[in-house]
Ligand binder design. Structure first.
Ligand SMILES: [Zn+2]
Length: 280
């Protein structure tokens, strides 16, 4: 993997924010939808290691295997944000999860361990829903490279431990099964980070469509950006952190029906990795 530092705009560096609450309304009309297969009991597919055994990186599914799209939601919470949560800031977004269920949209959550510590019952609830899968977004939401949106940095010797701590936090919260996929905080990685995580056997998951929902307040703008960007096989990055992404749930109410109208089927990342020529 030659890519050294990959990043994407407008993500993840959660700055000082005031709490913004999102309404939970929405009609309850059932929607005919694709039937997500029950979560497989076999091991989730992963990509073969990259050159020199580095952690492989997945960005999007095949462009020619039909119209699939994976919506992914980062559950961001930085290790130092406990006091803000204690003061009332909401890093969760139950309305978003409810909307995905109502619309029957399979989705992949990239959860920080710190988030699972803060919201264990929600983490377990997402983890037991066969519609969803829980993947790893680090424990601390600190950067795995220097110069990544101002995030504090994880020293290389601690990188794998930070990832494993998140998997442990999931188990403690009651997430019985998680998938071995890792999303770098801020999307920032380099060869050193890929080497540090390689013994963990994960596939790093980036994206090809930036939802632009971080700090966005206009759901129509988020929906437009997603709809303009999606192609067959796309992986879309969005957030389920209400204070930092207050428009996302409302944007979904536009995005989901419109993509279905265009013939897209929503899938979890594991399905895309499986059809990208994974090893099992
Ligand atoms: Zn993040």
């Amino acid at each position: 993997m030659n890519a050294l530092v990959r990043r994407s705009a407008a993500l993840c560096a959660l700055g000082a924010l005031t709490t913004v609450l999102v309404g939970c309304s929405g009609d309850a009309r059932p929607v005919p939808a694709e039937r997500p297969p029950a979560a497989s009991r076999s091991a989730p597919p992963t990509l073969a290691p990259g050159p020199q055994g580095l952690t492989p990186v997945f960005e999007n599914g095949p462009r020619t295997h039909g119209r699939t799209v994976a919506l992914t939601f980062d559950a961001d919470m930085t290790a130092g944000q406990g006091p803000r949560a204690a003061a009332g800031e909401r890093f969760d977004n139950p309305a978003l999860v409810a909307t995905l269920r109502r619309l029957k949209v399979p989705a992949t959550f990239f959860m920080t361990g710190r988030w699972a510590d803060e919201y264990p019952s929600q983490a377990a609830d997402i983890g037991r829903d066969p519609l969803f899968e829980v993947a790893n977004h680090s424990y601390s939401h600190y950067a795995f490279t220097g110069d990544c949106y101002g995030l504090p940095t994880v020293p290389p010797a601690r990188m794998r431990a930070d990832m494993e701590r998140a998997f442990a936090a999931f188990r403690t919260a009651g997430v019985e099964r998680s998938v071995p996929y890792f999303r770098f905080p801020g999307g920032c990685y380099d060869q050193r980070a890929l080497r540090a995580l390689a013994p963990g056997g994960v596939t790093a998951v980036q994206w090809d469509v930036v939802g632009g929902d971080a700090f966005a307040t206009d759901p129509a703008a988020v929906a437009r950006q997603v709809l303009d960007g999606v192609r067959p096989g796309s992986v879309v990055v969005l957030h389920c952190t209400r204070s930092a992404a207050p428009a996302t749930e409302r944007a979904l109410r536009t995005i989901v029906p419109e993509l279905r109208k265009r013939g897209y089927r929503f899938v979890r990342v594991s399905e895309q990795i499986g059809s990208a020529g994974a090893r099992r």
